[in-house]
Design a binder for this molecule. Structure first.
Ligand code: AMP
Ligand code: GLY
Length: 426
């Protein structure tokens, strides 16, 4: 099979690494890719949101499967673009149409969807510029901290959690009246704060059947001990110790099955991944958010634990036979630590030379913001390299990653030294 992966992060390197191992693969392209994806296929300089260019390339190279890494092209309708054009409609897109991607693209839609399908989530109301006063009154009925969410995509920055009522009202006004997040905050969801531990659960689905992939926990804040600004993710682990059989059964019965049934009931054809951002409160799972793609850096720990052929699962989607395919999961643990540019998630410099020395035998070095220039690998983003390692448990996997990290260098390199620490038994 000829496959094109869209995207350029650690997630896409992990996808390329995994797809590259498939006996079903004849040729792999990554657009635009990074210095790491080059080891598994050919990078092509195409912007994943330029659908026409993606389509021209796909026709020229007889691409059969396009795997969409990030949410942007999905929310903007890349799957619709392909399926509505007779010349392109035979190409399988791994990722939903816009009507399904809206589960991630609109928080207001996803909250309504959950309410309509009895899926456990925080209590909420939505407001727009004409209902700011109602929003303020609603905030007064709640207890701190207050959770405000921009409805649309806001590059991971659209969720505010504030302690004082006064600040919550001010932020609500700034989001709605002053468009703090541009058109993403034309609507704002105000919801109850849920106090618990987060876990990410992933499925792959053809809209009828689904397969559960390994779960993961990511570390979003820049600072150790979960302090400082939010980032795209500074590390991840899998499996997650508290996500035991009993918990996963609840997730499947109360969340996954009602989501698949709800999509069918609303006539939303969905193929691809669903990423359930969950929180465990007093033994029960609640949905914090849906994403229509895999997570980054979660992918860097879940694909290394997937023993089955990923391309075989994609082929199951292409031929509507996903139910007949197997998902086998490696019982080993995997942990990943993200190496970031100094200054990230605020301003940082690109173009620093990267040196990679000895890699621990149980580590895999996934590139994220890197590129190859004049035969040298240089930094090209905030999150630069994700070092994943296997181990018999989380503690040993993370230890192996830190041992590899000792041999990776670039100017102003930063990373968290406490990934996985919270779940390691003392
Ligand atoms: P989201 O972009 O929806 O994933 O939100 C970003 C982060 O905000 C989540 O990963 C949670 O840590 C936190 N968060 C969002 N909604 C809530 C909530 N209702 N209660 C507590 N924390 C939340
Ligand atoms: N690591 C969080 C995400 O990919 O959304």
């Amino acid at each position: 099979m000829k496959v094109l992966v869209l995207g350029s992060g650690g997630r896409e390197h992990a996808l390329a690494w995994k797809i590259g191992q498939s006996s079903l693969l004849s040729k792999l392209y990554i657009a635009p890719g990074n210095a790491g994806t080059l080891e598994h296929g050919e990078n092509v300089a195409i912007d994943p949101e330029n659908f026409q260019q993606v389509a021209e390339f796909a026709i020229e190279k007889n691409i059969e499967i396009i795997v969409v890494g990030p949410e942007g092209p999905l929310v903007k309708g890349i799957h619709n673009y392909f399926s509505s054009n007779p010349e392109l409609s035979s190409i399988t897109i791994i990722g939903p149409k816009k009507e399904g991607a809206i589960l991630e693209g609109s928080k207001d839609f996803s909250k309504k969807f959950m309410a309509a399908n009895n899926i456990p989530t925080a209590k909420y109301k939505s407001f727009d510029v004409d209902s700011i006063a109602d929003g303020e009154a609603y905030l007064e009925t709640m207890t701190p901290p207050y959770v405000l969410k921009a409805d649309g995509l806001a590059a991971g920055k659209g969720v505010l959690i504030v302690d004082s009522l006064k600040k919550a009202k001010k932020e609500l006004r700034s989001m709605l009246a002053n468009k703090k997040f541009g058109s993403a905050s034309k609507k704002v969801v105000v919801e109850e704060f849920l106090d618990g531990i987060e876990v990410s659960v992933f499925i792959i689905t053809d809209g009828n059947s689904y397969k559960i992939l390994p779960e993961a926990k990511d570390y979003k804040r820049i600072g150790e001990g979960d302090t400082g600004l939010n980032t795209g993710g500074m590390g991840a682990i899998s499996p997650v110790p508290f996500a035991n059989r009993e918990f996963m059964d609840k997730v499947e019965n109360q969340i996954i099955i009602p989501t698949i049934k709800g999509l069918r009931k609303e006539n939303i054809e969905y193929s691809g991944f669903i990423f359930f951002g969950l929180i465990l409160v007093k033994g029960d799972p609640y949905v914090i958010e849906y994403n229509c793609r895999l997570g980054d850096p979660e992918t860097e720990v879940i694909l290394p634990r997937l023993k089955s052929d990923l391309l075989d699962l994609f082929d199951g989607i292409a031929s509507d036979t996903l139910s007949e395919r197997d998902v086998e999961i490696d019982p080993k643990s995997a942990g990943t630590v993200m190496l970031v540019s100094g200054g990230y998630p605020e301003d940082y410099k690109k173009g620093e030379a990267i040196t990679i020395g000895n890699i621990h035998e149980r580590s895999i070095v996934f590139h994220a913001g890197t590129k190859k220039e004049n035969e040298k690998v240089i930094t090209n983003g905030g999150r630069v390299i994700s070092v994943t390692s296997y181990g018999k448990d989380i503690e040993s996997s993370i230890k192996n990653s830190y041992s590899t990290i000792e041999n990776i260098h670039f100017n102003k390199m930063n990373f968290r030294r406490d990934i996985g620490k919270d779940v390691i038994k003392k």
